[in-house]
Design a protein around this ligand. Structure first.
Ligand code: NAD
Length: 364
């Protein structure tokens, strides 16, 4: 296969971790006989420094022409960097929001997996951590309350703020189909999360999810309320395989899910368009506190590259090969500083960012 991949390393640790993801993709291309062409472009603070804006029109166009985009992270020290003296629409974050919008990325995937070797980092009860969990969150990304109308006005002598929450049938059906397709390739259990006891948009959501289920007989669909789901996630996360939900509920639940794994530096993410195009990035930020020291954990970026192969290039075996290489590195006791346990008596070896990338590439 020949594929064009745009790399947007961004700021802080972004360039360090994206370099390792590229190393792993290059090794995977050689191992499986593919031809990946990489092009590095600027986004965020580094783009402001070079071009005066966090994302240029040309960068957007080049991303649109590629098969997939792999990003690092954007932003600097909030309150300290000069980038934050700019008006909000010219700050680093504006570049990322504009990119997601321009590329029409409506489906956000955030896996939350507890690696057995990292159980000690899990903040949940020991017996829950011992069972382990592997949950995929499918979040609708371009609709709902964040994209409604927002206003504050004075009514009867007091301030009244209003945010509207609207979902169209077509928006719900397309995210439902993505979620069913993902569940088909996993354990076939899909839990749709809503607030159908209160919200009209949730009742439509539940009705359409139930209708769509008829097209996917191998998937078992269940429905749950968002408040109960947030409780179940800390009580018994192993009961979930795939969760699908609307924008704001997904925003909140995916952070909760990241936290219960205890290792944010390990979590990849994908944002997909209706075709196979996608933007892939680690869930964490630019970590300015450790930037430039070669100590950041590159595994979230490397696992994001695996998601890129699976969802944009349909290279499942290659994606699994990277994921297995990551698990093997953890099994052998290789850790970056953030995931190294305090007691290193168990044969653990603390590696730098580039050493960890080397280990994964060698394993492939
Ligand atoms: P952060 O995720 O960058 O850092 C939080 C903590 O996690 C820090 O201690 C950091 O050292 C650590 N950390 C994060 N990723 C790590 C990794 N791969 N390896 C080891 N340690 C890691 O969040 P923050 O400090 O709140 O934000 C810093 C900057 O990042 C801000 O400018 C913020 O706006 C930006 N940000 C960007 C994104 C993005 O690009 N999608 C997401 C979140 C925050």
């Amino acid at each position: 296969m020949r594929a064009d991949i745009i790399m947007l390393p961004g700021d802080g640790i972004g360039p360090e971790i994206v370099a390792e993801a590229r190393k792993v993709l290059e090794r995977t291309a050689v191992r499986f006989g593919h031809e990946f062409h990489f092009q590095e472009l600027l986004i965020g603070g580094c783009s402001i420094d070079a071009y005066g804006e966090p994302l240029t029109e040309e960068t957007i166009e080049r991303c649109c022409r590629a098969d997939a985009v792999l990003m690092g992270a954007i932003g600097g020290r909030v309150g300290q960097s000069l980038w934050y003296e700019l008006p909000p629409e010219r700050r680093p974050e504006a570049g990322l929001l504009r990119l997601r919008k321009s590329l029409r990325l409506f489906c956000n995937l955030r896996p939350a997996k507890l690696y057995s070797e990292l159980r000690n980092a899990c903040p949940l009860r020991t017996e829950i951590a011992e069972r382990g969990f592997d949950v995929m969150m499918v979040r609708e990304l371009t609709g709902g309350i964040y994209f409604g109308t927002h206003s504050t006005e004075e009514l009867d002598g007091e301030l009244v703020a209003t945010d509207t929450l609207c979902y169209r049938e077509s928006e719900i059906r397309r995210i439902a189909r993505k979620a069913f397709e993902i569940a088909e390739k996993r354990e076939g259990r899909l839990c749709s999360v809503d607030k159908a006891n209160v919200l009209a948009s949730s009742r439509l959501w539940r009705r359409l999810l139930t209708e769509e289920a008829a097209r996917y007989p191998s998937v078992r669909l269940s429905h749950a309320l968002v408040d109960s789901t947030s409780m179940q996630l800390v009580r018994d996360p192993a009961q979930f395989d795939v969760i699908v939900t609307e924008n704001m509920f997904g925003d909140i639940l995916s952070d909760e899910m990241a936290e219960i794994t205890g290792s944010l530096g390990m979590l990849p993410s994908a944002s997909l368009r209706e075709d196979s195009f996608g933007l892939y990035e680690p869930s964490g930020g630019s970590a300015p506190d450790i930037a430039g020291q070669n100590v950041a954990n590159p595994l979230a970026a490397i696992l994001s590259a695996a998601m890129l192969l699976r969802y944009s290039l349909n290279l499942t075996t290659e994606a699994e090969c990277i994921e297995e290489a990551v698990e093997e590195a953890l099994r052998r006791g290789f850790r970056t500083r953030d995931i190294a346990e305090r007691d290193s008596a168990g044969g653990q070896r603390v590696l730098s960012t580039s050493e960890m990338g080397d280990r994964i590439a060698e394993q492939i």
